[in-house]
Write a protein of this length. Sequence first.
Length: 72
Amino acid sequence: MDRNLIAALTIVLGAITPAAMIGRFSTEAMRSLGRNPEAAPGISANLILALALTEAIAIYALVVALAIKFVQ
């Protein structure tokens, strides 16, 4: 396979999956806050941590895609 195609597939999968998970995390957090508004500080702290770790996966996918493309 061509390096460009492999790099493109890497970044596509590395961007779509975290984006879907961020949406799911946010949806579930809003549902939880709707059911129990008093738990907002705990839910917010855990949500921010989960979103940061999920974004890190997308950044790692970008780094891997660039490594595939430019490192020989």
